[in-house]
Design a protein. Structure first.
Length: 324
């Protein structure tokens, strides 16, 4: 199926294809399914930057992968090899826990972005896609009452070992009470899920009135994404990432779910130089070589990098928080 012109694909159909790139397992044969736009339901799309299977809804502008593997096939990639991955530029992490200190610094920065929106001294927080629990550590140190959800048994075993309450499954699988949380966080998560609209609706149900939803995700409308087009690193994680949002499309989906969007912030992350070299070599081999030389002189150096192509979105469930 090509998307050089606008096309309409039937939903709920499948075709066998030879192989699909997985973040951790590289290439495996799976059945593919066609899906309509998750926001508006339209099925007419056009291709995006000649990236295979990357399409954009002609009605609302949402960018997504279509056709795509069934989520049961995709979910298998999020185990141990995902957190110890040889080619993280296609998805996954080189060594997630080995980068613990850098990830803590990144999450501390994101806590700072959202702190003035969160009410109460000890807010109850749910981290969706909590992985090994590093953000849960940062939240606990800040005085919050955090718990987590993830689909990875490998990651949750490590979060549980740190003493956190966690549940295995997607947010739509598990049963949680209505209006139970002051904060829900989804760090680099929403682009992975097969039904973002349903996840936003469930977050609205789970938050107390006045509760905050904080999301980070690659920004497909950023200057870097628009300039680099198909060479943008964000588009290299097809089948790990299923959706690619701009400020406009994610705001429209959040508002449709009943949220008030309060703020967008372009954020970076703290990376060790070897991790930065791996990413930089896809853009500039000269820059990657220079950084490698710096790493030899200054090993174990980590720096904050912000190419302004990742956004944090802060949204609030309308209403006044309950007393006490």
């Amino acid at each position: 199926m090509t998307h050089s012109e606008a096309t309409s694909a039937p939903a709920e159909t499948a075709a066998q294809v030879p192989a699909v790139r997985h973040a951790a397992t590289r290439r495996v044969a799976v059945a593919m399914e066609h899906v309509p736009c998750n926001h508006c339901g339209h099925q007419v799309t056009h291709g995006v930057h000649n990236v295979s299977r990357l399409v954009q809804c002609v009605n609302c502008g949402l960018i997504f992968v279509n056709p795509r593997p069934a989520f049961a096939d995709l979910a298998r990639q999020y185990e141990g090899s995902y957190f110890h991955c040889a080619e993280p530029t296609f998805g996954g992490y080189e060594d997630y826990e080995a980068d613990h200190a850098d990830i803590v610094r990144t999450f501390e920065g994101r806590m700072g972005v959202m702190r003035d929106q969160v009410r109460g001294e000890r807010p109850r927080a749910l981290d969706v896609g909590c992985a090994t629990g590093i953000f849960l550590e940062v939240a606990r140190d800040a005085g919050w009452q955090p718990e987590g959800v993830d689909i990875s048994a490998y990651a949750l075993a490590r979060a549980e070992a740190k003493g956190f309450k966690v549940q295995r499954g997607t947010l739509l699988d598990i049963e949680l009470p209505e209006a139970a949380f002051d904060v829900i966080t989804m760090w680099d998560l929403i682009e992975h899920v097969p039904d973002p609209a349903a996840v936003f609706a469930e977050c609205h149900r789970l938050l107390k009135p006045g509760g905050v939803l904080a999301i980070s995700t690659p920004d497909a409308g950023s200057v870097l994404a628009r300039v680099l087009r198909g060479r943008w690193l964000g588009f290299r994680s097809i089948d790990e990432h299923l959706y690619f949002f701009s400020h406009r499309t994610i705001a429209a989906m959040l508002e449709h779910a009943g949220f008030e969007v309060r703020r967008f912030v372009q954020v970076g992350k703290v990376l060790a130089l070897p991790r930065l070299v791996e990413r930089m070599r896809f853009y500039s081999r000269i820059a990657a070589l220079l950084l490698r030389q710096v790493d030899r002189v200054m090993p174990r150096l980590s720096i904050h990098v912000n190419p302004r192509d990742t956004m944090v979105v802060l949204a609030v469930r309308p209403g006044e928080p309950p007393e006490g």
